[in-house]
Design a protein around this ligand. Structure first.
Ligand SMILES: [Zn+2]
Ligand SMILES: [Zn+2]
Length: 326
């Protein structure tokens, strides 16, 4: 599992920083937090493959977080893409993409699903394909859960920004510990398809006996999965703390230095100190500061120093920075 920064600038791109976008490589999938302008260039530079299943999570409709999405979709339509793409975001997400079909002839021959979050009525409004303007389905949201698969789930929270903005958490399902093939052999279980079941913690019947892989020491006991939380743009708020509780990694906007705390408050953004305090409050293990204002082109390290005084395990996002998550 790998986290790759595709863009770390706020509002204005600079030579070294593209606008907001972050990728997670997980098993065969790619998850994207926001789609800042021209993120497809960094996507390619990062060596990410264009024909993978992708889940994109759009935090809000400020241009610096969404303008790269149409360009990316046009790119995908040039490729012989077959893998599915699902995009989550605030209401009007479908309209935003559909207009690119209507006006610019955007096509999508691969499975594309657009899911609007309606936090007021607690619904997911699902659109499938770009052929019809009518939603396919409306699904009730329970416990802020918007996506669930065999390996992970995604939750959202409404956060405090100047327009409707969502933060997201990627939460891996609990995993079984290390597989011990020697122990399986000791019990006389030959290497076969049953090993896969044992690796997944499932009981098997072997020679008329039920084998529980955890009790027999074939796999280690269940341990919590990894959790990554992305703040979007926001001023400090309780909903982010609740969503991100015990995150392994918190990716938090830090538009300003603490010296501009008043400006941050006014514009409903965060300082690097706000980000550090949030990381501490939610008991995160690591903090990544991103969405850095262009005014810190030459001295962004001071944001890092400010945050580290409060939350030592902090790093400053740089475009194309890769973090392997053990
Ligand atoms: Zn922004
Ligand atoms: Zn914003």
């Amino acid at each position: 599992m790998e986290l790759i920064i595709l863009g770390s600038a706020a509002a204005t791109p600079i030579k070294s920083r593209n606008l907001s976008s972050i990728a997670i490589r997980y098993k065969n999938k790619i998850l994207l937090f926001d789609c800042g302008e021209d993120f497809q260039r960094r996507f390619a530079e990062a060596g990410l493959k264009f024909n993978k299943p992708i889940i994109a999570l759009v935090s809000h409709f400020h241009g610096d977080h969404i303008i790269g999405l149409p360009g990316f979709l046009f790119r995908l339509s040039l490729n012989e893409r077959t893998a599915p793409l699902t995009i989550f975001g605030p209401q009007n997400l479908f309209l935003y993409i559909y207009l690119h079909k209507k006006i610019l002839g955007l096509k999508a021959k691969y499975p594309i699903k657009i899911v609007e979050i309606d936090h007021i009525n607690n619904n997911l409004i699902e659109f499938e394909g770009l052929d019809t303007e009518d939603p396919k389905d409306t699904v009730k949201i329970k416990d802020n859960l918007i996506y669930k698969s065999k390996y992970f789930s995604i939750r959202f929270a409404l956060v405090n920004h100047s327009i409707t903005t969502y933060a997201y958490s990627f939460i891996e399902n609990p995993r079984y510990g290390k597989f011990n093939p020697e122990r399986a052999k000791e019990l006389g279980i030959p290497e076969s398809r049953t090993w896969k079941k044992l690796q997944e913690g499932l009981e098997i019947e072997f020679n008329g006996k039920i084998i529980n892989p955890v009790k027999e020491g074939i796999v280690g006991p269940k341990r919590p999965g990894r959790k990554i939380t992305y703040s979007g743009d926001l001023a400090p708020c309780d909903s982010l703390i609740e969503l991100g509780k015990d995150s392994d990694v918190l990716i938090h906007e830090a538009t300003y230095s603490k010296i501009l705390a008043e400006t941050a408050k006014e514009k409903k953004h965060s300082t690097s100190v706000d980000a550090a305090l949030d990381a501490k409050k939610m008991n995160a293990k690591q903090l990544i500061l991103t969405h850095i204002s262009a005014r810190y082109q030459d001295d962004a390290l001071k944001l890092l120093e400010e945050a580290k005084e409060i939350f030592p395990n902090t790093i400053l996002a740089e475009d194309l920075l890769r973090i392997e998550l053990k």
